[in-house]
Design a protein around this ligand. Structure first.
Ligand code: ADP
Ligand code: MG
Length: 256
């Protein structure tokens, strides 16, 4: 049965989508069967894996509004072992449209439950806000992975994410756990990156991944070529670090 991991942080630009794409791809490369759910109306995870508008017939929005079945929405084997549920701008209307629906927080969960047995990992790329989409993702998830950018305001966002996780845990999803915090865009040339890591470590007495994702220009370039980092530049430091993160995520599963 899959471990469902929501990748979330209400701050934009911290590396959620980069982590969702490349962790999915590296887990798949390691032989795990992975489903990536693009749950951001911006659709960056979909385009970052090379999907263009005309390739996408149905999106996760159509699935949630019961227009289509999972099979009609999922794009199978976008890479070996990796399937994706794509997204597009339509998902932005969800906040208003879902108002009327009973159990609107549990929509995604009810669909993923049906296919959970078909995968080893299901990763959900969340939008940069704490709206109904993020609540749906946290309600569907077993664990939450929080990317933190190594910058001055890093801690500011973290407190809010952890509060939301605790709230969802109490009200909607008692089994929800923190998968871990992963530092992204680490710049070894600056003292600031190091200070942020030390600061978060001393403030956060919860799981932090040993793997730190460095700032690596190849990671920023890969999505414009529609490729994950292991395809775009397999020997880059970005690829190596996401492989290490994938290994840590897999081994952590053994203790869960
Ligand atoms: P989010 O999904 O949290 O908004 P993204 O993953 O889209 O964040 O990352 C924001 C920007 O930073 C993107 O342009 C991305 O290519 C770039 N980026 C993310 N991680 C790295 C990294 N480790 N090194 C260099 N650029 C990165
Ligand atoms: Mg994103």
């Amino acid at each position: 049965m899959a471990r469902i991991i929501a990748i979330t942080n209400q701050k934009g630009g911290v590396g959620k989508t980069t982590t969702a794409i490349n962790l999915s791809a590296c887990l798949a490369e390691a032989g795990q069967h992975v489903l990536l759910v693009d749950f951001d109306p911006q659709g960056n995870a979909s385009s970052g894996l090379g999907l263009e508008r005309e390739d996408i017939e149905n999106t996760v929005y159509d699935l949630l509004t019961e227009e289509v079945t999972f099979e009609e929405c999922r794009i199978a084997e976008i890479q070996k072992n990796l399937d994706i549920l794509p997204s597009d701008m339509n998902l932005a209307g969800a906040e208003i449209e879902f108002q009327e629906i009973e159990d609107k927080e549990k929509l995604l969960r009810s669909y993923l439950e049906k296919i959970k047995d078909d995968y080893d990992f299901i990763l959900i790329d969340c939008p940069p806000s704490l709206n109904i989409l993020t609540i749906n993702a946290l309600t569907a998830a077993d664990t939450v992975l929080v990317p933190i950018q190594c910058e001055y305001y890093a801690l500011e966002g973290l407190g809010q994410v952890l509060k939301t996780v605790d709230l969802v845990k109490r009200k909607l999803n008692p089994g929800l756990e923190l998968e871990g915090v992963v530092f992204t865009m680490y710049d070894a040339r600056t003292n600031l990156s190091l200070e942020v890591v030390e600061n978060v470590k001393s403030n956060l007495n919860r799981t932090i991944y040993k793997t730190i994702i460095p700032r690596n220009v190849r990671l920023a370039e890969a999505p414009s070529h529609g490729m994950s980092i292991n395809q775009y530049d397999t020997r880059s430091t970005g690829a190596e670090s996401y492989r290490m993160l994938a290994a840590e995520v897999m081994s952590r599963g053994e203790d869960l």
